[in-house]
Design a protein around this ligand. Structure first.
Ligand code: UDP
Ligand code: MG
Length: 318
């Protein structure tokens, strides 16, 4: 099959030793009829047998490539590393835990061939995920839609998707350190289609995203894509100042014209606490932005590669 495009499947892996054989068993039969393909596993500083498993997978089938990062850089950096090293005309992003069924790739690539640069997989059902996670996730995507107004963030989609070479190159031109991959791809604005699927439960191992990690990702998303929190702080400042001005007038009128005695301890304490609290929160908001600016100006690489099954070194973003 001469002019079938090369497909690269990027799989970020953190301690996925148990999932890898199951994934390969399901992924390879899906890819085989699609033409030429390679899989690029990105070992994100695993501490179990993931790297050893990847080495032996590569020895068995040279199309199963891997990159091993020097330590854990996080899911978003691992995904970026995979995309930077992918050679395919089409690049698919998929989790290692089989929550994203590999069979859906066929439908994603078919939509891509119709002329879409990005085909996202939208979760219809999520078996095996707790109600609390489903609720917070639904809430997060709706809140983001309100906060971000210059482009549309697809609802209920993770990173499971297929990208054209154009979309991958566009993504790799974005140099930021605090990365929210699905938001950045949405920002690039290439023609996007959607395929719905049922999200399965994890095949083995356990999730690396606890509530804290999810909160950190949500914060990166909000702050990376919106300055609304800063605007809220200005508006809060203005409204509280206005309220204080009204209060001052009331007090002066009471004292000078109505000759009332003013007992103000409780009122003073409460207003001090409110003001102090608001100021601290807004300092925190400011700090979140300043901290990220600091990260960006350092211009450190997003990740470092310790070992790779492919010798050539592509241009890294940044
Ligand atoms: N992952 C990674 N680095 C990390 C955390 C996760 O490469 O620091 C990988 C993980 O191995 C999996 C994917 O990212 O393939 C999604 O992680 P997980 O399944 O734990 O997240 P969840 O599906 O529970 O949101
Ligand atoms: Mg998962």
């Amino acid at each position: 099959m001469p002019d079938r495009p090369l497909i690269t499947v990027v799989v970020p892996c953190l301690n996925e030793e148990a999932c890898l054989p199951l994934l390969v068993d399901r992924l390879v039969p899906v890819l085989e009829p699609l033409g030429t393909w390679e899989v690029l596993f990105v070992d994100d500083g695993s501490t179990d047998g993931t790297l050893a498993a990847l080495r032996s997978l590569h020895a068995r089938d040279p199309r199963l490539h891997f990159l091993s990062l020097s330590r854990n850089f996080g899911h978003e950096a691992a995904t970026t590393a995979g995309m930077a090293h992918a050679r395919g005309q089409w690049v698919a992003l998929i989790d290692a835990d089989l929550q994203d069924p590999p069979e859906v790739l066929t439908a994603l690539l078919a939509r891509g061939a119709e002329g879409f640069d990005v085909v996202t997989a939208r979760r219809r059902a999520r078996s095996g995920e707790r109600l609390s996670k489903r609720l917070t996730s639904a809430l997060f995507y709706r809140a983001m839609t309100l906060l971000v107004d210059d482009f549309e963030l697809p609802l209920d989609t993770g990173d499971f998707r297929v990208l054209s070479r154009k979309a991958v190159d566009g993504f790799l031109r974005m140099p930021e350190r605090n990365r929210f991959v699905r938001g950045m791809i949405a920002w690039s604005g290439y023609p996007t289609a959607e395929v719905t699927y049922e999200r399965d439960a994890r095949a083995a191992g356990e999730t690396k995203y606890g509530p804290l990690q999810l909160a950190a990702l949500a914060l990166d998303a909000v702050i990376g894509f919106s300055t609304v929190p800063l605007r809220i702080s200005s508006w809060l400042g203005i409204s509280i100042t206005a309220l204080a001005a009204v209060g001052a007038i009331v007090v002066v009128v009471q004292r000078l014209f109505l000759d009332l005695d003013i007992e103000g301890y409780a009122f003073q304490t409460v207003s001090m606490l409110v003001l102090g609290g608001v100021q601290l929160v807004m300092l925190g908001v400011l700090g979140e932005y300043v901290g990220r600016i600091y990260d960006e100006v350092k211009r450190r690489p997003l990740y470092l590669v310790a070992e790779a099954s492919t010798p050539e070194k592509p241009a890294d973003p940044g």
